[in-house]
Every structure is written in structure tokens, then in C-alpha cells.
Ligand binder design. Sequence first.
Ligand code: TTP
Ligand code: MG
Length: 356
Amino acid sequence: MENPKDKVRKIIHIDMDCFFAAIEERDYPELKGKPIAIGGGERGVLSTANYEARKYGLRSAMPTKTAIRLCPHVILRPSRFDKYKEASRTIRDIFFEYTDKVQPLSLDEAFLDLSNCDLHNGSATLIANEIRQKIYDKTQLTASAGIAPNKFLAKIASDWRKPNGSFTIAPHQIDEFMKELPVKKIYGVGKKSAEKLNQLGIFTCGDLQKWNKEKLFQHFNNWGLELYQLARGIDNRDVKSDWKRKSLSVENTFMKDIDSFIECQDKLNDIFEDLKTRYYKLKESRPIKTIFIKVKFYDFEQTTVDKKFDHFPTLNDFYPILEDALSRKAKAVRLIGMGIRFEDEDSFNNLQLKLL
Ligand code: TTP
Ligand code: MG
């Protein structure tokens, strides 16, 4: 029988470009083209810097003082975590449209296993481009992607054409790619280990490949055995997704605020169609707990009304909930969202136990 490990996988790593700084530039267009950094005040360190500031050597984790010395006209801005989380949620939702095997590593990056995704004739490169485009359409932020048969190579590849680019390492290109790859690109090889490797005359993965397992074990213990694999571009780690979807929703912000119930009701048609399509595309089916309507009024005040429900609703099921939500405030409406929430796994299992 074929061992699933022998099947060539399609892994992509997506990483947003200078994430915090890009959000600042998006929201304050007057900052475009100027060096900016997101910083932790006088005695803090930078979270990140945009590409303009990177030209002066500014980097994540650099003390603000050093940054100002290197680039006295840098514009320092405080963090805005709400915005980072909002963008992060949006990109995560996009990832889950393609596969359930999503492993977020931080707010701005994730691994996706696309081995079972048939879109674009199964071309992970084309799927990655589509995902990047979708991210841009929804957030006006750019992302870079690495496409490869494993996580190690995909992560290296996403850095290769940054910003706003993608790079694919196909299985037959791995040998050539690894030969020239500096050992410091291997995860786990920090400054100290890089120095140690360099002292042994090992600068590239090609150099590292000349060392057999015994010799590597002598110098680096078990980590040496890992290096033996990584130097050859081998990495069998799975994309680990322990995230469970708690809800599914679609929302629409209107071009003009709406102030009649009938108009709001009309708007539900398209939103519902979108919700339905996404629901049927979900890879896993879970029991539904409630359905809800979210309304954001013209002044950004918002309200959400949930109703107990145990199956996928029809459009009509949402009307009384909309009425309820709108009756809470007599104000024009800026946005309407429709959604469903799922039972969480534990309560579902408990329920099954109770029924037994
Ligand atoms: P990164 O993806 O490492 O960096 P980046 O997105 O700013 O730039 P790149 O284009 O090279 O990917 O980190 C994502 C965000 O995490 C970053 O915008 C700010 C935050 N961060 C910190 O707060 N401290 C840090 O030391 C690092 C590395 C990142
Ligand atoms: Mg990033």
C-alpha cells in the first residue's frame, strides 16, 4: 500500500508584507513613500518597519533609539492591534475557503496544505496567486507566498520574492535549490549555530550535504540528524490545524446608508446566497447552534441578535431576527451581516453522551 508520506504534498506558506506597517500605510495614505515604523515608544523596540525604512537598516526588534539614529526622519506610529486582528481574521477566513488544513503561525502568516485542493487543475502556484489576489481585494494589503512540497521549503520560498511575490520550489528543483542555500536560512540555525557551522567550513546546504549522519551527530547530537534531512530539503512535518470553526458569516457594507426595513430586507438576498455557498463549501459539517444577524448603524454602533436554530436556515428564517435587530435603534444602517454559529465540539460530544 502507498504510504501517504510518499505522496508529494503541496504546501504553501503565506506571509503578509511588513504587516503592521502596511496597515498603517493603507489607513493613512499620506504616509505612502515615507519611512515608517511601528514602535514601542522612547525606550521600546520596533515591531516592524516599511520597506522605505528598511532601506536605512530599520528592522523588527531594533531599539527605537537606534532606529532614530539610522533614520532621523522615520515616522513612528503606535500599534493598533484591533486592526491587525481584523485583517488576520479576514485572511484566515480566506485560507479556510481552500482547505481545512491551515496552521496559523502568527497574525500574519500560515501554512496551508493544498494537497487535496483541485482548483486550477491542482496547481498550488495558481491557487496561491488566487489567494493573494483575494487577500488584496478584501484587505488592500499584499502578501507573499511560498509553494513547495513541505513546510520548511515553503517558508523559505515565501521570503524569496518579497514583497508581493510568490516563489515555487517544485520537487525536481529541490536539489539545485538546496546546493546554494545558506545554512543560516535553516530554521533553528541562529547566529551561534551559524558561526559554529561556518567554523567547520559549512556555509551552504550543499556544504552540509557532504557531511554524513555520524559526523553530524558527533558535532550536533540529535539536531545533527535533523540537519542531515533539512540540508536535503526533506521535512515530513504535517500542517497542524487545531483551529475549529466556531461560526460562519457574511457581511456587506452598503455604498449608502439605508433607513427602511424593506430595503434592508432586500439586501439579505445576496448576503444569504453568499452564506449558503460558503456553508456548502465547508469541508467539515458540524451541528448548528444559532443563527444571527449583525447590524452596524451609520455611527458604527452595532448590535447582534442570535436565535436558537439546529439546521441550516432559509432566507425567511432571518427576517424576524432582522426586525428584532433593527428595532433596537432608530438609525440608518451601514452594514448587515448574516451568520450561523456551530456547537462547540465538547458540548456536542457531551450531548451525544447524554443521548446514549
Ligand atoms: P513578520 O512577518 O516577521 O514581518 P513583517 O510582516 O513586518 O515583514 P515581512 O514583509 O518581512 O514579512 O512579522 C509580522 C508582524 O509581527 C510585523 O508586522 C510586526 C510583528 N512583529 C513584532 O511585533 N515583533 C517582531 O520582532 C517581529 C519579527 C514581528
Ligand atoms: Mg510578514
